[in-house]
Design a protein. Structure first.
Length: 213
């Protein structure tokens, strides 16, 4: 649930500061892992941070970085049922929580992206977690695929009855991904499924946590 602040190199004598990325790995992995999408401006130019990290930075190059604690997105105990909701590179923060779990509490991932062919991130890992029981349920949607066209909030709405049952068993809900669109849509769908007062209570008691950007 913690955040890496990556310093960007100076360009034209100007230091652009740092960018924050969700960490997709655990300390026991012995390295930091990220899920970074190359962003492009309307004219096709790569994003300042994503362009440097995915294209310009060479293997063995140095990166200024510090890890910042993000306690509001730390996970519950392993025995606690966990509902994970996210989209895009938000899967990085959710992956770390899955890596930290065993099969004892149960975990359910609801995840959305553009196309299955290009955006089914960490698919082999997710399938392995399903087979081992670490991941109890996996619901994915791909908004640009013919025959799908759904978004994360549609998965939440479709699974409303089961979400209520998981919450009744004490589940914690973690949401990671885009602030615009996904998190707002998922929040509205959760309100519809659980009720506004119940969702507010989950937020106030730490059972509904978000890392959105």
């Amino acid at each position: 649930g913690d955040i890496a602040e990556i310093g960007l190199p100076a360009r034209d004598g100007v230091t652009p500061g740092a960018r924050e990325y969700s960490i997709a790995s655990l300390p026991s992995d012995g390295r930091l892992e990220f899920l970074i999408r190359l962003m492009r401006h309307p004219d096709g130019a790569p994003g300042l941070a994503s362009g440097w990290l995915t294209h310009d930075l060479v293997v063995g190059g140095e990166v200024g970085l510090r890890v910042r604690a993000n306690r509001s997105f730390h996970g519950p105990t392993d025995e606690t049922p966990l509902i994970l909701i996210g989209n895009g590179t938000g899967l990085a923060g959710l992956r770390a929580h899955l890596k930290a779990r065993t099969a004892s509490g149960g975990a359910w991932l609801l995840f959305g992206e553009r196309t299955r062919a290009h955006d089914a991130f960490f698919d082999s890992e997710l399938q392995a977690w399903l087979a081992s029981g670490v991941l109890t349920r996996l619901d994915r949607c791909f908004s640009r695929d013919a025959g799908d066209g759904r978004y994360v909030q549609d998965l939440v709405t479709a699974g409303a009855e089961d979400i209520r049952a998981w919450v009744a068993r004490g589940a914690v809900i973690l949401v990671c991904g885009s602030l615009e669109g996904m998190s707002q849509g998922a929040h509205a769908a959760l309100e519809q499924a659980l009720g506004a007062e119940a969702l507010l209570e989950l937020l106030e008691t730490g059972r509904y946590r978000r890392d959105v950007y």
